[in-house]
Structure formats: C-alpha cells, structure tokens
Write a protein that binds this ligand. Structure first.
Ligand code: ZN
Length: 53
C-alpha cells in the first residue's frame, strides 16, 4: 500500500501535489502540462486543466 501525502510543487511552489515516498521531484499537474505543451495561453484550455482540490 502506498502512503501518499501533499507536498508543494517543486517547480511553481504554489500548488500542492499528491506524492508518495517514491516521488523525489513533485511537479503539479499544471506544470506537467505546461512542460508537455508549452505555455498555455488559451483561458478555456486553462480551465480544462485545472485540478480539483
Ligand atoms: Zn507546479
């Protein structure tokens, strides 16, 4: 069983990420997305990518 806890994103240091003991570099969903797709400028897209608390 994996124990998960919340830690601040090491990239933007704003969002909390659910991590496990395996996670060395927690990156929030938003940062992961921007890494993959570059900066998202479309506000509609940003809405879609928002993570629920
Ligand atoms: Zn982040």
């Amino acid at each position: 069983m994996a124990i998960s806890y919340k830690q601040k994103c090491s990239r933007c240091k704003q969002n909390f990420v659910l991590v496990t003991w395996k996670t060395k570099f927690p990156v929030c969903y938003e940062c992961q997305k921007s890494q993959l797709q570059g900066d998202i400028t479309d506000p509609e897209m940003k809405k879609l990518l928002e993570i629920p608390e």
